[in-house]
Write a protein that binds this ligand. Structure first.
Ligand code: MRU
Length: 366
């Protein structure tokens, strides 16, 4: 995506060819700060403390984390340590495990002296493949949007209203995004779009990140509180929902940011199509029942009891919302059962949210 006309990814290799640079997403939307990751500890902190986040970007950062870990020690023990420490950073997005397994399968059989160069090359390839997959799923998603727009326009609509939850845009991937890739493609194709942006409490990835990137790209959007979606759908103000996912089971159950399930329920009740956009590495072929089997991250309750923002004089502050002594519990994700999903938009095409649907696109997993 372009920021002020300059093509920009969310992570890249610095001029020394080994340091990895990222955008610190905890500083958005107000400050654009680039952070240099120089070793394994930095890569772990970047994922754990959410300087980077979003399933595909977590995977790409973990891949580079393996390369960073091998900078000064390419031994078997270091490889195992890097895998273990990166794997422990966040539990839900399966792209993390996918990237680490991919890297380990490549690196473990190599003589130690050849591992570092191979790790950097493969991490860069994973990042480039992420961009290509998201661009491709954007093209397939454009077909969904274009078909719906043709229908709505014939009925006199002036714009297509799309609702999204959390941030599944460029900032959640290396480039393009998942849920927002079709939006960017449709915007480029001249379809008049407007995006309803769920603020996405408690960390507000919608209000701070999705709004930020739509704003950068010039796509019309409005931020709403998380509870507004159902009301908007009842009044015909949402034509389509598109969200991303952190882990999709082989049966098509979809795990995504907490609150996604409630949007899917409201969409079903109101006859609004509910699509999920994902690249192949987000499918967990080992799992069938998402509600029972996907590990759901529980985060610090302080994210609920407090809220952070910028004051009029530019200071960054956190303020307390809840009374002293009231406990809070912070589930990061929920699971939307496949039956509530209209379709999955992938880099290989659009399919029903079911094992048969996924296997029609990924027969190698049959
Ligand atoms: O906790 P986060 O910000 O990492 O959660 C991100 C999401 O839930 C996204 O919707 C998901 O990773 C899909 S991203 C393309």
């Amino acid at each position: 995506m372009r920021i002020n006309g300059k093509p920009t990814r969310t992570l890249w290799l610095a001029a020394d060819g080994e340091t990895v640079e990222i955008i610190d997403q905890t500083r958005l939307p107000h400050d654009f700060v680039v952070v240099a990751l120089t070793g394994l500890e930095d890569a772990c902190a970047a994922i754990r403390d959410m300087w980077v986040r979003g399933a595909p970007l977590i995977g790409a950062t973990a891949a580079f984390g393996m390369a960073l870990a091998l900078r000064h020690d390419q031994s078997d023990a270091r490889l195992d340590e890097a895998y273990g420490r990166l794997y422990a950073t966040r539990p839900t997005a399966v792209n993390l495990r996918w990237a680490l397994d991919d890297m380990k399968a490549l690196l473990a059989p190599l003589p130690p002296g050849r591992r570092k160069a191979a790790a950097y090359a493969r991490a860069q390839a994973i990042a480039d493949e992420d961009v290509a997959m998201n661009e491709a799923l954007g093209r397939h998603g454009l077909e969904v949007i274009a078909a719906l727009w043709a229908e709505k326009r014939a009925k006199g609509a002036e714009r297509l209203n799309i609702l999204t939850h959390c941030n599944a845009g460029w900032l959640a991937t290396v480039d393009w995004g998942t849920a927002l890739a079709p939006v960017y493609k449709a915007f480029e194709a001249g379809i008049p779009l407007h995006v309803w942006v769920d603020e996405t409490r408690p960390r507000n990835q919608g209000a701070s990140l999705t709004a930020r990137e739509l704003n950068w790209q010039g796509v019309a959007h409005t931020v709403i509180v998380d509870n507004a979606g159902g009301h908007l759908m009842q009044h015909g103000l949402v034509d389509l929902c598109i969200v991303g996912t952190d882990r999709t089971t082989a049966e098509g159950d979809v795990c995504n940011k907490i609150g996604t399930y409630l949007k899917a329920l409201a969409a079903r009740d109101n006859g609004v199509p509910f699509y999920v956009a994902l690249p192949g590495p987000t499918i967990d072929w080992t799992l069938a029942d998402g509600v029972a089997e996907i590990p759901i991250e529980e985060r610090d309750p302080a994210e609920i009891t407090h809220i952070a923002g910028r004051t009029a004089d530019g200071a960054r502050v956190a303020v307390q919302l809840t009374p002293d002594g009231s406990p809070a519990v912070n589930y990061g994700f929920d699971v939307t059962p496949a039956r509530l999903v209209t379709g999955l938009i992938t880099e290989r095409g659009v399919c029903p949210a079911s094992r048969a649907g996924l296997l029609s696109l990924y027969p190698e997993h049959g």
